[in-house]
Every structure is written in C-alpha cells, then in structure tokens.
Design a protein around this ligand. Structure first.
Ligand SMILES: Cc1cc2nc3c(=O)[nH]c(=O)nc-3n(C[C@H](O)[C@H](O)[C@H](O)COP(=O)(O)OP(=O)(O)OC[C@H]3O[C@@H](n4cnc5c(N)ncnc54)[C@H](O)[C@@H]3O)c2cc1C
Ligand code: FES
Length: 349
C-alpha cells in the first residue's frame, strides 16, 4: 500500500518541455500547473469553456467529463483533453496549443454599457495596451478583486491589424449570473478587469464556400466580428445566410448594423430573424419558429457553418445541417456554455 502511495505521489506533469511539476493524488492537470505558478490557460475550471485544452503527448489521465461536449472530433483525434477535467494516472506530458495570440494577458477598465435589448448589453472595455484576436475569438474576463470566477466573452467587433485598445462584448444578463450582472452594472464603470486572450477556434476559414451563420442571443457577437472582418476583403464575395434566433421582437438587436453589413457585402447576403415566442397578431411578418427551421437543404448542404449561442441550439443546428448532408468538418461553433450547462455535462458531480 505504501508502495502504491509512493508511486501516486511521484507522478509528474511536463508542460511544453518545461521542468517536471509534481502532481498530487486526485489533482487535475490544471490545478497541478496553477499550484506550481505555471501560467496555464483556464477560465471556468469545470469543463464548460475549453480554455484549458491541451494535447496529451504521453501518459494516461482519468477524464471527469465528456470532452466531446466542447472539443471537435478533429481535436479529440489529435489527443486533446481538458486540463481542468483530467487527473493524471501516470506521469504525463502535455502540450498547449502553440498559439501566441492565446498567451496575451491584458488589464483594462470597464468604460460603459449600452443596452441592446432588455437583457443584452454591449459592454465596452478600455485596455492598457492593444490586444490582438481573430474576429470570432473570445477572452476570459476576470473582474479584479471581486472574487467572481472569470468567464468567457466573445469580442463583438473586428480587430485592427495592430490590435485593439478598446474592445466590446455583448453580455446577456443570465438569471442569478454573477459575472454577467457585474459587467452590465453601471456601478462597474471604471472598475479594473483582466483579460486572458485570445481564445478559441471560432474564426473564418478561407474558402469559396457559402456561409451559413446562425446566432442565438448574445451569440451574435462573434458573428458580427467575423462578418465585419470578412466585409473588408475578398470573403465578402461569398454568399451568406445569417439566421438570428430570438424569442420576441424585443429580443432582436443590431438590425441597423446588420443592414449596413448587408449593403457593404459583395456576394448575396440574406438576413433571416426567426422568432419562437412572438404573440400571434403582433404584426410580425417575419419567420416564426425555432432558428433551426431556417436551416434548409439549399442553404446548408454545401455551406460552411458558423454557429454561436446556447449549446442546445448549436446541437440542434449541427444535427439539421448534417441531416441535409453538410460535412460536419466544415461546421464551426462556439457554445456559450455556462455553469448550468457544465453541471449538466457532469452528471453526478
Ligand atoms: C466560449 C464561450 C464564449 C462565450 N461568450 C459569451 C458572450 O459573448 N456573451 C455572453 O453573454 N455569454 C458568453 N458566454 C457565457 C459566459 O461565459 C458566462 O457563462 C455567462 O455570462 C454566465 O456567467 P455568470 O457568471 O453571469 O453566471 P454564473 O454565475 O456562472 O451562473 C450561470 C447560471 O448557472 C447557474 N449555476 C451556477 N453555478 C451552478 C452549478 N454549480 N450548478 C448548476 N447551476 C449553476 C446559475 O444559477 C446561473 O443560472 C460564453 C461562454 C463560452 C464558453
Ligand atoms: S477551464 Fe477547463 S473547460 Fe473551462
């Protein structure tokens, strides 16, 4: 038994060819790294955001949650795991995604908030120095000194070539949500924040294919960023269908900015807002139903998909696109998972 304990305690973790770090029994890769003051990327710590993904180069781990919820099939095939959800069973060697953009750490202050709907606000942040990101990516935002856990938010606009010293996010006030309410609180103006960025694989791929973009709620943010960037270059020749799912007319926003994008676009640009709970007789002449109903064989089969919003919406759109013959390898998405979703993904924990 003592031999077994000794073997457990002698486990080590090597990150990116660095010095071996000790791993305590039942400790995750992320916690071992943070205990050793290693700047390992993370946000939610509960398997809900994907910020801590790393490639398992050698060794065995016990995984606490189903990572297919967050990682693509290709990433899983390449051996990616979630650092916050993987407990080493042997000595382990991992490699972080070799992405210099992901290593940026920038401080800033909340500049202000502008209401977009009754529960979605554009939150502006002034940064101490320019931050670079690919339009579509997100940051992990920490409200300094509040004790509120960091949360991920997607950049809502295009990024200048030399970076942005002012960024904004579309933040939905999640019922009982600590960070979202802090961000939209006028009292938070001037308060310090720290950003870990730029995270995620959600960005436009080069291709001549048509684009099928699907947004739910504040999931419009990365799509606006991505389309703004595309509008500046040749990608604006690609045909695009933008489906925006909302409950009622009062939940629609950024309509003028979308119209401006549409006018600027050089290919075909079709914008389809779809309302799921608009009262009958309200005068709404647009489409009704779930946003998935806007996905058709014609706009899905040959298109590249860019989906962003609540996890169930993404799963439903992927299923429908796949049913119409779209290649799942050409469907890119960011699931705006919160702690409810993370808890659902971790039954029994
Ligand atoms: C990649 C990514 C990008 C994102 N981008 C955006 C964005 O651009 N805009 C945006 O608005 N959101 C975005 N999100 C979601 C965002 O990160 C937060 O999850 C969201 O704002 C809620 O955070 P919160 O601190 O306000 O709520 P939390 O305090 O985390 O609570 C969220 C909900 O979970 C419940 N809850 C909390 N803890 C538990 C638990 N242990 N078990 C069960 N339920 C629990 C709460 O009651 C509440 O209803 C993104 C998420 C990801 C992963
Ligand atoms: S920090 Fe691991 S999934 Fe969020």
């Amino acid at each position: 038994m003592f031999g077994m304990l000794a073997r457990q305690q002698s486990r080590t973790l090597v990150i990116d060819d660095g010095v071996p770090l000790p791993v305590s029994p039942r400790e995750t890769i992320l916690n071992s790294a943070l205990r050793a003051d290693f700047d390992f990327p993370y946000s939610c710590k509960v398997g809900g955001c994907g910020a801590c993904k790393c490639r398992l180069v050698s060794g065995k781990v016990r995984e606490l949650t189903d990572k297919s919820y967050l990682l693509s099939k290709e990433e899983i095939r390449q051996g990616y795991i979630l650092g916050c959800q993987s407990m080493p069973l042997t000595d382990v060697v991992v490699r972080l995604p070799a992405d210099p953009l992901a290593r940026q750490r920038v401080s800033g202050r909340i500049l202000g908030q502008v209401p977009l709907t009754h529960d979605i606000f554009e939150v502006f942040v002034r940064l101490d120095r320019p931050l670079r990101y690919l339009p579509g990516q997100h940051a992990s935002v920490e409200a300094e000194g509040t004790g509120i856990p960091a949360r991920c938010y997607s950049f809502a606009h295009d990024c200048a070539a030399d970076g942005q010293d002012e960024v904004s996010f579309f933040v939905r006030a999640v019922p009982q949500g600590r960070m979202s309410h802090w961000l939209i609180d006028p009292a938070s103006c001037g308060q310090p924040v720290r950003l870990r960025a730029s995270l995620g694989e959600f960005h436009l791929r080069e291709s001549p294919r048509d684009l099928l973009c699907v947004a739910g709620g504040s999931g419009l943010a990365p799509l606006i960023a991505l389309l703004e960037a595309a509008a500046r270059g040749d990608a604006a020749r690609r045909n695009v269908v933008l489906l925006m799912g909302a409950r009622r007319q009062r939940d629609l926003y950024y309509l003028e900015q979308i119209e401006a994008l549409r006018r600027q676009w050089r290919g075909r640009f079709e914008f389809v807002p779809i309302l799921s709970e608009e009262p009958a007789g309200s005068g709404w002449s647009g489409m009704r139903g779930l946003v998935t109903e806007g996905v058709t064989a014609a706009n899905a089969r040959e298109a590249e998909g860019y989906l962003c919003g609540p996890p169930p919406m993404i799963d439903a759109v992927i299923a429908r696109m796949s049913a119409f013959g779209a290649d799942p390898g050409r469907i890119y998405f960011d699931k705006f998972a919160d702690q409810t979703a993370a808890a659902r993904a971790m039954p029994g924990r």
